[in-house]
Design a protein around this ligand. Structure first.
Ligand SMILES: Nc1ncnc2c1ncn2[C@@H]1O[C@H](COP(=O)(O)OP(=O)(O)O)[C@@H](O)[C@H]1O
Ligand SMILES: [Mg+2]
Length: 265
């Protein structure tokens, strides 16, 4: 009886892409991909650097899946609970991303590192970013963001590009028709400023933020369409309108550009 409990596999359904993510005891098992060894090197570096807000690498199991530590807390909740969208949560997330970036900045990727492809900045990479800080990839404790999970899309990028991707979901930068009910009353302009202040974003990055967001929308559209062609979870997301949502977000950003920018300068 005890042994059965130990090996019980509990599906984790909070994500949107990866089939077969399960919890086993205090670990998570996930399918591996070409980038897994590089992501593990990053996670090991974060651990050595004393960054607490990411899962630890345990190894590879007998079925070839990666084993990561399971982080207690709340994640992947739909509809979103009100605590997920408070200003306090946004400021805590900015602090978490800043500490992650500062730890990641001293990481030297292994020779022949393999990273997932995706849209990116034109400027030279400063670090390996998370590149997918959406609402499902953050674990909350006591109502505040506590850790980042799902580093599948990590890749060399700029701090600002990772900030922009995060704000896309958390400001949020989106057409209100695509938002969860609790997000519709949020004021994205003041929240952009709040996040940038809590992160300590450089003035030159603040001035570039919306232009890079606009560029990211066009590039993400192309990158996601290419991923959708590979099938699986990405094809499902695309069929469910992911491309249309990016297009709408781009149009919404064009309409509100000037009033949003006023909060960044
Ligand atoms: N290390 C972890 N600790 C706690 N929960 C996790 C962990 N990894 C995944 N989960 C849960 O499983 C969900 C799906 O996992 P995720 O790695 O994000 O896969 P996907 O690629 O499908 O988004 C997450 O949203 C989260 O709720
Ligand atoms: Mg995820």
């Amino acid at each position: 009886m005890f042994v059965t409990t130990l090996h019980e596999e509990i599906p984790l359904l909070g994500g949107d892409v990866t089939d077969g993510v399960v919890r086993v005891g205090d670990t998570v098992r996930r399918p591996t991909r070409p980038s897994t060894p590089s992501v593990h090197a990053l996670l090991r570096h974060l651990e050595a650097a004393g960054f607490e807000g990411a899962p630890r690498v345990v190894g590879i199991d007998e079925r070839g899946r990666e084993i990561l530590t399971y982080l207690e807390g709340e994640s992947g909740l739909r509809p979103l609970p009100p605590y997920a969208v408070t200003d306090e949560a946004l400021a805590a997330l900015a602090g978490l991303l800043r500490r992650f970036h500062d730890a990641a900045a001293t990481f030297r990727p292994p020779r022949h590192a393999v990273w997932e492809n995706g849209s990116n900045d034109d400027l030279a990479p400063e670090l390996v970013g998370h590149c997918d800080v959406n609402l499902d990839n953050v674990v909350f404790r006591d109502g505040l963001p506590y850790a980042l999970i799902d580093f599948d899309l990590a890749r060399p990028t700029t701090r600002l590009f990772d900030v922009v991707t995060t704000l896309r979901h958390w400001a949020p930068l989106a057409d209100p028709v695509d938002l969860d009910p609790v997000q519709r009353e949020l004021e994205p302009g003041p929240r952009l400023r709040l996040f940038c202040d809590a992160y300590g974003l450089r003035p030159r990055d603040r001035r570039r933020l919306l232009d890079l967001a606009r560029l990211r929308f066009s590039r993400s559209y192309v990158a996601m369409r290419a991923r959708a062609a590979t099938g699986g979870g990405w094809a499902r997301m695309w069929a469910e309108g992911a491309g249309t949502r990016i297009r709408r977000a781009g149009a919404w950003l064009d309409t509100h550009h000037d009033e949003l920018h006023a909060h960044l300068v």
